[in-house]
Design a protein around this ligand. Structure first.
Ligand code: URA
Length: 239
């Protein structure tokens, strides 16, 4: 059993907040009965209709991996009219991104209309490794690298750094490129982590998500995930 607004969002019909509005306006029926209570719990087998249209019948799930370019927003729509990750994918399905990458961050992002899958991957208890390449505006000292590896606190909570590698040092420009693997998904977490050391991230790209990478995808390209990959991601999350 799940809250009705959560299930509506999981089916990819709309956001949880908008689903609450629909419920309040008596536009949602469960098994033919109008529901107005926001907390109402329903079953995945219950027939949910909105404005007379059943939303959870024959929903075909779709799963994509995209190499997000810069200046694209990780959202379904944008009030300011900016291009979204959903705009880059040729489908009529109501897909949405699993987690976020900043507007200026490039790289690997998963999109789906399978709410259960998305929630599973995003749940903080499932520590899926995310690997980033970051260009920094300073060269880290050995001590600072040690600090990062042993866990720096961001907003009062330590960031568990699973792997850290220096990829390149440019002494003339005083910049450094590093590869960092973390398991959490807090917004702006990599930028905030380096901010703790008074550094700015000049460029950021996500190159890995669990066992997935984007070596086969150019900027803006995408492909569907295979059944094997989807199952493997589920297993990874539920381990
Ligand atoms: N951390 C950030 O700071 N930005 C991202 O886009 C992803 C992780």
């Amino acid at each position: 059993m799940e809250r009705l607004q959560k299930i509506i969002a999981e089916y990819g019909y709309t956001s949880r907040r908008k689903a609450e509005e629909l419920i309040k306006h008596k536009r949602v029926l469960v098994n033919g009965k109008v529901i107005t209570e926001l907390g109402t719990k329903v079953n995945y087998n219950d027939v949910i209709s909105i404005d007379g249209v059943i939303i959870n019948k024959d929903v075909k799930h779709e799963y994509y991996i995209l190499n997000k370019p810069r200046s694209v927003i990780s959202a379904v729509s944008d009030d300011a009219g900016r291009i979204t990750v959903v705009d880059l994918i040729n489908t009529d399905a109501r897909i949405y991104p699993v987690g976020r990458l900043d507007y200026d961050t490039t790289g690997l992002i998963i999109l789906t209309n399978d709410g259960d899958f998305a929630n599973t991957l995003m749940h903080p208890k499932f520590e899926i490794e995310k690997t980033y390449i970051a260009k920094l505006n300073k060269i880290l000292t050995k001590e600072e690298i040690h600090k990062i590896k042993s866990g720096i606190k961001v907003d009062g909570r330590e960031v568990d750094v699973k792997k850290f590698k220096v990829k390149n040092i440019n002494k003339e420009k005083n910049t450094m490129i590093v590869e960092i693997t973390i398991v959490e998904g807090r917004n702006h977490i990599i930028k905030k982590l380096f901010k703790e050391l008074n550094m700015n991230v000049l460029k950021l790209s996500r190159i890995g998500y669990g066992f997935l990478d984007i070596k086969d995808l150019k900027s803006g390209e995408y492909r569907t995930l295979t059944i094997k990959e989807i199952k493997k991601l589920y297993n990874l999350a539920k381990k």
